[in-house]
Design a protein around this ligand. Sequence first.
Ligand SMILES: Cc1cc2nc3c(=O)[nH]c(=O)nc-3n(C[C@H](O)[C@H](O)[C@H](O)COP(=O)(O)OP(=O)(O)OC[C@H]3O[C@@H](n4cnc5c(N)ncnc54)[C@H](O)[C@@H]3O)c2cc1C
Length: 480
Amino acid sequence: MTPSSALKAESPSALETISRNPRIRIRRSGPPAEDAKCVVYWMQRAERAVDNPALDVAIDVANELDLPIVVFFSAISNFPSANLRHYVFLNQGLRDIEADLAERGISFIVRRPPKNSLEALLTELRAAMVIGDENPCREPERWRSVLAHRLKIPYWTVDADVLVPSGLFPKHYFALHIFRPKLYAHFPTYLVKPENPKPVRQWQRPPNFESFDVKEDLTEGWKHLDRTVQPVDYLTGGTHAALKRLKDFVANDLAHYQDRRNHPEKAGTSHLSPYLHFGHIGPLTIALAVDQALKQKVITKEAYDAFIGEVIGWRELAVNFVKYVPAYDSIDCAEPWAQKTLREHARDKRDPVYTLEQLEKAETYDELWNASQMQMVKFGWMHNYMRMYWAKKILEWSQSPAIAFENAVYLNDRYELDGRDPNGYAGIAWAIAGVHDRPWFDRPIFGTIRYMSAASTGKKFNSKLYIRNVMENEPPPLLT
Ligand SMILES: Cc1cc2nc3c(=O)[nH]c(=O)nc-3n(C[C@H](O)[C@H](O)[C@H](O)COP(=O)(O)OP(=O)(O)OC[C@H]3O[C@@H](n4cnc5c(N)ncnc54)[C@H](O)[C@@H]3O)c2cc1C
């Protein structure tokens, strides 16, 4: 059912017009509830109050219905694979959301278990409709479909964390060079400054209305939360820190991105991935800043292409992969050529074989690999060049490709601030299962999956400096 036909029969035509936006998916159609008091935006993935298409749709809908908007964040204590490190970053982000929403005249309600039910809140607030955001990963997508079946009011979701709505692409693209022209063809439509509309009506919060104080520790009293992975202090969560990081990166490092991005011992990449993962910043904000730098001749077209190729090209290909490949987080996601070659090498001798525990503790013979693992454990972020090497070595040292994939996902999701993200699953799939890559020369264990050797990897940059910095607890350098 198309968005407009879903609404046509019963809804006011102004809403129908809003619903034609290709970012919107109507998960439950029908007219808004009568005698309602507000429109609710259930914020889950796009955790920001600026340049957020989901929030903007909610405001447009509320204005159209002449109702106020309320933004709701339901904190859940058992988000898949999340630990204290992730929650502290998220908690920091909530403070910026509250402040930025207040500037737009919008109330922010945060609730913790056991009183965090969205459905209960919708009833309590007498919501006309609920607007949400999108998340292609399995479990968050399941929550959305379950909710759509249970709700009695209309429920729309907005694809807010990609530049080009992912629904415009009907299938999985198996290579960037095929996906990229189709993606970039939409830039004239989507690479435009967002309006950030203001709500016409303000919601009057009743006295003592229950909402968690975001300055407090969100995780207090959560007995089952994994607190063994410590928060990091080299990056602070939130939209304000993300915007500052973007500004510093564009002013200092973007011009040299294409030359420095493969130097893990230096500054040179944006470190925006944790902020993108939590939705503290959106890809549109980043792409607009980069576009402006190009127009002002602060950077060359080469730097622009290199960076946009990563932050929009590879990143949105990862979203496309997770959206359409159900086995995105296991070896079963491999293309037939990769399945075949890995099967042919299944009996090749692996020497050494490391257990998950040895990998986790960085107890391998390879000091460069150990340093990359420790960079992730200590700082919640690993340089891209090292991530490729790190995952390929796990394939080399594991009993089977399936175990390698599983262990890489476990470690990546546990320690990376940006883990549990389509980029992580696509990155591991690229390294271990040849996804979005092509066959290379045949060799033991890997078959025709691309190989990276310690000798050549270590020579391409100052690996001794990288190892020394990590071992001496130096955080990844942020600025040159
Ligand atoms: C094995 C493996 C695991 C990975 N795990 C994750 C992960 O869990 N989360 C994650 O966000 N990224 C992951 N990546 C992709 C990439 O390594 C990181 O996004 C990047 O290192 C983040 O640093 P940055 O923000 O400084 O990147 P920059 O070089 O500044 O790039 C800007 C942005 O572009 C996007 N990007 C860059 N490289 C890639 C890429 N190869 N694929 C998709 N998007 C990219 C990211 O959103 C990044 O923030 C993984 C890659 C590999 C090979």
